[in-house]
Design a protein around this ligand. Structure first.
Ligand SMILES: Nc1ncnc2c1ncn2[C@@H]1O[C@H](COP(=O)(O)OP(=O)(O)OP(=O)(O)O)[C@@H](O)[C@H]1O
Ligand SMILES: [Mg+2]
Length: 302
């Protein structure tokens, strides 16, 4: 048996074990702690608000009593650290190189949010060795039972990494603005994901619009194109954020608008979106579990 298949076997047996545990806890009628929902945020086009939305949504979930972890998988300039005003010493690159454990790299944000900072070594996941994947698996495994939500800021573009995170997550939130380039890039992302990888479910959050009508027209634009050209793709509209000066103001103050301006319309909208995401039933074909997420990660070949 080669190293990859023995790794897969280990993951499969662990996944089975956790399923059995969940089942028995279910059967005993006690309040089960479900496995975390793994949600990736993507856009195609850069600069449409992913990092701001992930950071603030993390806080919205935390305020709803959820235990949240954020993985900064965006190697661009404006990182999640700025929004949370944290200054991490280490990053995921140190975990991959074996210098640090995940718990040493993780930093605490507001509301008990755990942040895993982006770092080198993460640029091309397809090039990770099986050993690195295995050690990541066991590092993440520790947190599987203590988390409710695992959010991933995937960065711009449709590189193999961005695609990987979207495939491996249970839910994908596509963020688009009403700019034609943003709509085109969001569509390109959905097209690649559906045609090449068979991913059919997407949630859409429209950012920086004047009003609900403008957001709905972005949604219609995307759904009409998808219905015409992409077989079986389902795009679920989950809401919009207005073009809001408080969002920029919060970034300038190195904070979250949820925290600094709780009465701003963006904060209210994002609270509604967070509540709606939590209320939506988990899809039956998704296991919502970091272990399954990593299993897909191991199976993925760019
Ligand atoms: N709803 C909004 N209203 C006003 N400004 C916004 C809004 N959302 C985001 N912005 C601003 O847009 C800019 C880009 O936001 P952000 O960095 O979150 O985008 P991104 O998609 O993560 O970018 P990248 O692709 O470079 O990672 C920031 O200056 C941010 O303050
Ligand atoms: Mg970003």
């Amino acid at each position: 048996m080669d190293q990859a298949s023995s790794l897969r076997k280990i993951v499969d047996s662990k996944a089975l074990k956790i399923k059995k545990q969940e089942h028995s806890r279910n059967a005993s009628g006690t309040d089960i702690k479900g496995a975390p929902r793994v949600i990736a945020f993507t856009s195609g086009k850069g600069g449409v608000g992913k990092t701001n939305i992930v950071g603030n949504l993390a806080l919205a979930f935390a305020k709803l009593g959820k235990k949240v972890m954020v993985l900064d998988a965006d190697l661009g300039l404006a990182n999640i650290d700025i929004i949370f005003d944290v200054h991490p010493k280490y990053n995921i690159g140190h975990v991959l190189s074996g210098e640090k454990e995940l718990s040493e790299v993780m930093v605490d944000g507001p509301g008990g949010i755990k942040i895993i900072p982006a770092g080198s070594g993460f640029e091309n996941l397809a090039h990770l060795t099986e050993g690195q994947k295995l050690s990541l698996l066991s590092e993440f495994e520790e947190f599987n039972d203590s988390l409710d939500i695992f959010l991933i800021d995937t960065g711009a573009g449709i590189s193999s990494n961005v695609i990987y995170f979207n495939i491996a997550a249970d839910e994908r939130v596509v963020i688009a603005t009403s700019e034609p380039t943003s709509i085109t890039d969001a569509y390109a992302m959905i097209k690649v994901m559906s045609k090449r990888y068979g991913t059919k479910h997407f949630k859409l959050l429209v950012n920086m619009v004047q009003d609900a009508d403008e957001a709905k027209s972005v949604y219609l634009n995307l759904t009409q194109a998808s219905e015409r050209f992409l077989n079986g793709v389902m795009i679920e509209y989950i809401g919009y954020l207005p073009n809001d000066p408080f969002v920029k103001q919060a970034v300038r103050n190195r904070g979250t608008f949820m925290d600094l301006y709780p009465d701003a319309i963006s904060s209210k909208k994002l609270n509604e979106i967070a509540a709606a995401i939590l209320q939506a039933p988990r899809r039956s074909d998704s296991d919502g579990n970091i272990k399954f997420f990593l299993k897909r990660f191991i199976d993925y070949r760019a």
